[in-house]
Design a protein around this ligand. Sequence first.
Ligand code: CMP
Length: 141
Amino acid sequence: SVERTLSIIKPDAVAKNVIGDIYSRFEKNGLRIVAAKMQHLSQEQAEGFYAEHKERGFFPDLVAFMTSGPVIVQVLEGENAVKKHRDLMGATNPKEADKGTIRADFAESIDANAVHGSDSAQSAEREIAYFFNDSEICPRD
Ligand code: CMP
């Protein structure tokens, strides 16, 4: 079924100037960008977005990294968008990511891992609402 998922191009990938390459992977694989913005996240925004991880040891590094430079946040729409996007990203740890995935090609470490994607339709709903109002999402045919 047609789903939406939240995607973030992280500070490392923005700094590498590979936004367009990542967008073309989405588009070539049947995902449409239906909302997008560039933003330098505040500490509060990053902490709130990743609240489910706040007890984890890596949380301070995660928040520091995500606020280290601008990100691009987008909503992707398409058939099985959540899984399709996760397949395109590859494993969280780039050392374990399959060849040809975004993380295998662009990520340096588990922290600087180029992209984020919602892990389920349910978290997609929360994550999309965290960044976008309904009026900022532009569904297309
Ligand atoms: P992301 O999909 O954005 O969700 C949480 C992020 O925490 C994850 O990608 C990684 O960049 C980062 N992270 C750092 N260490 C770990 C870890 N041990 N397990 C999961 N995520 C981690």
